[in-house]
Design a protein around this ligand. Structure first.
Ligand code: NDP
Length: 516
């Protein structure tokens, strides 16, 4: 099967009237569908249950975006057993055929692009541009992993040996538990799920409890493509019950998780236990949080640095694992950088993101809102508040873009992941000092430098210990196939999603030798 080379999905230009109109219509459509019920999917059949998840609009929590039927421990078991049964046949289907399901799903998603983005505007509080990029990334994962799976399906080259033919082949693992976060409810969920199934595994997908409607729509899209029953099972529900059971089940062969460090560590521990009847050691991929820093070095283009800081720190309300939560600024240009930064942040618009003009929307939930405000209180004691620092009055979980200055590199707000629109500014004596501060964290996800000093750039490339390092640009927005994504240390197992080796994490290898 000859496929065109992979190309990233184009982002929508909402300055074009036609695109703006299409998105407005999609928003109206999603609004009109508020309250729709979404089923569990097990063994290809849809089910309701007594566990009801009301997914609410964080911009107006009185509004119910959708009602999703959830699982419990028994339902999780049933889903795993169905996936186990389906593995028998699915694992023998050719990679080309499995890839076709992904390509079909990509084409449906492309047609329903604005609807999925509009759902994220209401369910996750994303701005139009952020939601559009999330949907585009989901399409990219489907297209990229389809191609990648086909390339892995060919027997790999080995050195010859006299009188023998040796073969090296990638084969699937078994049943996977896919546990997704709410912050990229389309892209990350689709990426982890499609990688699992295209490599011949079957899976149980548990979306985050804050964004189950987007998850349900994506699971349904995969079934619309004719996926055989049981290959993908959709079981929303609390992480503490459904999630834990999926991880613990003795038929679960691997876990693909993206979320917080706390839960990632818990999953890692639970998966290390060999439960009764279990015949393997589980494979665990955990992609977790970050405490990402941007170094502002002297000399650099301050205006570009400020623009990148704002986008990285406040895009999607700072709720990206890659978000910049520390700007480390060398003393010599501190004043000029701060002046431009405060001017720029003063212009950020905060409000419901169904209105295109709002750059920042609500944070994801009441829990996130309370946690972020708690960290802002800590910041007020640890440092000096330079901008924001309050929630926005009215309904919805809105928080002002917030900047603290005079932050000690060891302060809690400089060490712990806040996951909200809170930026700590740390002044450094010079570049050496900045680099040491940047590395002083348990995380290692993204990082960047603004500098015109080639020597500093080259040193930072070597010594700034992060999985994704950026030079003279923002530190968010990794592109599938172009900037494979994943971090070190407590940021995760460095899976490099969207990269050439990612699918290996979902497969094992078989060596075969035939004497001739
Ligand atoms: P959480 O860790 O809270 O949740 C992630 C998923 O795990 C959810 O589906 C959750 O279910 C589930 N879960 C919770 N408890 C358990 C448990 N005991 N056993 C099994 N599953 C469980 O993360 P968030 O959803 O809040 O996502 C934000 C976090 O994700 C941030 O820390 C962010 O940095 C990180 N992230 C990392 C990325 C990376 O590539 N490194 C990319 C994107 C986000 P439920 O929703 O029901 O609680």
């Amino acid at each position: 099967m000859e496929l065109l080379p992979f190309k990233n999905e184009k982002l929508t230009d909402f300055t074009i009237d036609e695109n703006k109109e299409a998105m407005m219509q999609a928003l109206e459509g999603v609004l009109a569908s508020f309250g729709t019920e979404y089923s569990l999917i097990i063994g290809g059949k849809e089910y309701t249950s007594e566990h009801i998840i009301e997914s609410r609009n964080p911009a107006n929590p009185d509004e119910i975006v959708g009602v999703v039927y959830g699982g419990d421990k028994h339902i999780a078991n049933e889903a795993i057993e169905n996936a186990h049964e389906a593995f028998e046949e699915w694992s023998w289907i050719s990679a080309e055929k499995r890839a076709m399901y992904l390509l079909k799903a990509a084409s449906i998603l492309r047609k329903r692009k604005h609807e999925i983005s509009a759902t994220m505007v209401y369910e996750a509080g994303k701005s139009w541009a952020e939601a559009d990029a999330d949907t585009a990334e989901a399409i990219d994962f489907l297209e990229y992993y389809a191609r990648s799976a086909i390339s892995y399906s060919k027997d790999q080259e080995l050195y010859p040996y006299p009188d023998e033919v040796s073969t090296y082949r990638y084969i699937p693992l078994g049943v996977g538990a896919i546990i997704a976060p709410w912050n990229f409810p389309a892209a990350i969920l689709t990426g982890m799920t499609s990688a699992a199934i295209v490599t011949g595994n079957t899976a149980v997908l548990k979306p985050a409890s804050d964004t189950p409607v987007v998850g349900a729509k994506l699971a349904n899209i995969l079934y619309e493509c004719g996926l055989p029953p049981g290959v993908l099972n959709f079981v929303p529900g609390p992480g503490s019950t459904v999630g834990e059971q999926l991880v613990k089940h003795n038929l679960t062969r691997f876990i693909s998780f993206t979320g917080s460090m706390k839960i990632g560590k818990r999953i890692y521990e639970m998966a290390s236990v060999v439960w009764e009847g279990q015949k393997w050691l589980k494979r665990v991929v955990t992609e977790m949080g970050g405490k990402n820093a941007l170094i502002i070095d002297d000399p650099c283009d301050i205006t570009a640095a400020v623009k990148a800081t704002v986008a990285s720190a406040f895009g999607y309300q700072g709720q990206k694992c890659s978000a910049c939560s520390r700007a480390i600024v060398v003393e010599s240009l501190y004043n000029s950088y701060m002046k431009e930064l405060l001017d720029a942040v003063g212009k950020i618009t905060v409000g419901p993101t169904n209105m295109h003009e709002n750059y920042m929307g609500p944070v994801s939930s009441k829990e996130a809102f309370d946690k972020i405000l708690h960290y802002i209180d800590i910041g007020k004691k640890e440092a000096t508040l330079a901008h924001g620092g309050n929630s926005v009055k009215g309904v919805g979980y809105f928080i002002e873009p917030t900047i603290f200055v005079d932050v000690d590199p060891m302060a809690r707000i400089a060490q712990e992941e806040i996951f909200g629109p809170v930026l700590s500014i740390i002044k450094s004596k010079d570049f050496n000092d900045a680099l040491a501060i940047a590395n002083y964290t348990t995380y290692g996800l993204t990082g960047g430098i603004f500098s015109n000093n080639r020597r500093h750039i080259e040193r930072a490339k070597k010594e700034f210990h992060v999985g994704n390092f950026y030079i003279n640009r923002k530190i968010t927005g990794a592109l599938v196939g172009v900037q494979p994504f994943g971090g070190y240390n407590m940021s995760g197992t460095c899976s490099k999603a969207g990269g050439p080796e990612y699918l290996q994490l979902f497969m094992q290898t078989k060596s075969m030798v035939e004497r001739i």
